[in-house]
Design a protein around this ligand. Structure first.
Ligand code: SF4
Ligand code: SF4
Length: 188
């Protein structure tokens, strides 16, 4: 339904424009002088030299979680790809070498130019195999193909960059709980 927006009549002073221009300039000059004489009072983000604060639950670039032996936790169930509203995930499955696991992905690709960073893939995963907690949010490339990230890119993360309380990350190779997790997993 159409909505009529009432127009307010301009006063004589507003019609003259000069006082309004002066009012705008007063604000501009106020900021200019404040910045000139007290630069430290202006909130400045020194990005990219200083990384901005990224909240814990910010949905950033994806990563695939790793088992204690370095294999992806993903069991190639396709639930994330099914839930993905942007249809930007391509997964191909193959048999797992581990008798306890049926499948693993032979290809896992996300087109980050198409992804809308909704997080539904993370919600849909039944085994906590995909997360969006890398805090990487600025990507730049000169080729569209570069934005398609595959298994290798998605698993290229270091447990040192994640807190001790993140048990799953610390169980991956290089993590503080990896030795214990390997034992539990029946690995040498
Ligand atoms: S964040 Fe959303 S759009 Fe991106 S891959 Fe996951 S489900 Fe698809
Ligand atoms: S990331 Fe999770 S939901 Fe997606 S295929 Fe792997 S196990 Fe299934």
């Amino acid at each position: 339904m159409a909505r009529i927006v009432p127009r307010t009549e301009m006063t004589l002073v507003e019609k003259a424009y000069i006082p309004e221009i002066a009012r705008g300039l007063k604000v501009t000059m106020g900021h200019f002088l404040k910045g000139f004489f007290k630069p430290e009072s202006i909130p400045v983000k020194h990005y990219p030299e200083v990384e901005p604060f990224v909240p814990r639950d910010y949905r950033s670039r994806h990563r695939l979680m790793k088992r204690p032996d370095g294999e992806p936790r993903c069991v190639a169930c396709f639930m994330c790809a099914t839930a993905c509203p942007a249809n930007c995930m391509t997964i191909e499955a193959t048999s797992s070498d581990d008798d306890r696991i049926e499948k693993k992905p032979s290809k896992f690709e996300i087109d980050q130019l198409v992804c809308v960073f909704c997080g539904l893939c993370v919600e849909a995963c039944p085994v906590d195999a995909i997360r969006m907690d890398t805090k990487k949010m600025a990507f730049a490339a000169d080729k569209r193909e570069t934005f398609k990230v595959g298994l290798e890119d998605l698993m290229d993360w270091d447990p040192k960059d994640y807190p001790e309380s993140d048990i799953q990350s610390q169980k991956a190779p290089g993590g503080t709980l990896n030795a214990q997790a390997r034992k539990e997993w029946g690995l040498q």
